[in-house]
Design a protein. Structure first.
Lengths: 110, 111
């Protein structure tokens, strides 16, 4: 989307860490999200972070938020082949509008 | 608990035809959204609604209309379909700031 940008592709080897980056423009964003989409399926929420937080960790997932630079990242530790999917960054603004990035296709090589 | 249900799942339209996509949710969610997903362009917000009787424009609203007459339903209409509207359409709903639940998508082809 126009307001949320991501790099389109990332390729890593199994067992390595993956870092997917996202930038957003809406300063009124209250919550930021990471979704995962597997082929032919809808989107599923992975994790989310409130805009007054810097970091959130959930098992293999670590989300970092730099509010000043409007930069969000998702780190996946010990990446597995089952993590291969498209990952979307999304924001929720005060008025309820929710926009998504273009998605980053993560390919995990054995 | 069906979650978010979209109908139909597939449709082929001729240019100029009209159709309505239905999104139904049974979770009593206030917010509902319609997105389109095109290769390399991610999800783009078409229209959204923050409650029954309300609608608002998203990033790409032209050529589409929506209605939210009942809280559980969000309808997306194409009055005169164009090939540029060939896409996969996703509906989503959420309760406040929590997770957005997505339907399985509607694959629309306009020939």
């Amino acid at each position: 989307g126009e307001d949320v940008e991501q790099s389109l592709f990332l390729s890593v080897r199994e067992g390595d860490s993956s870092v997917i980056n996202c930038t957003y423009t809406d300063s009124s964003s209250t919550y930021l999200y990471w979704y995962k989409q597997e082929p032919g399926a809808g989107l599923q929420l992975l994790t989310y972070i409130f805009s007054n937080m810097d970091m959130k960790q959930d098992q293999r997932l670590t989300v970092l938020l730099n509010k000043k630079d409007k930069h969000l990242s998702l780190r996946i530790a010990d990446t597995q082949t089952g993590d291969s999917a498209i990952y979307f960054c999304a924001e929720l603004a005060n008025a309820g509008k929710s926009t998504f990035g273009d998605g980053t296709t993560l390919t995990v090589k054995p | 608990n069906a979650g978010v249900t979209q109908t139909p799942k597939f449709r082929v339209l001729k240019t100029g035809q009209s159709m309505t996509l239905l999104c139904a949710q049974d979770m009593n969610h206030e917010y509902m959204y319609w997105y389109r997903q095109d290769p390399g362009m991610g999800l783009r917000l078409i229209h959204y609604s923050v409650g029954e009787g309300t609608t608002a424009k998203g990033e790409v609203p032209d050529g589409y209309n929506v209605s939210r007459l009942k809280k559980q339903n969000f309808l997306l209409g194409l009055e005169s379909a164009a090939p540029s509207q060939t896409s996969v359409y996703f509906c989503a709903s959420r309760l406040g700031v929590t997770e957005a639940f997505f339907g399985q998508g509607t694959r629309l082809t306009v020939v």
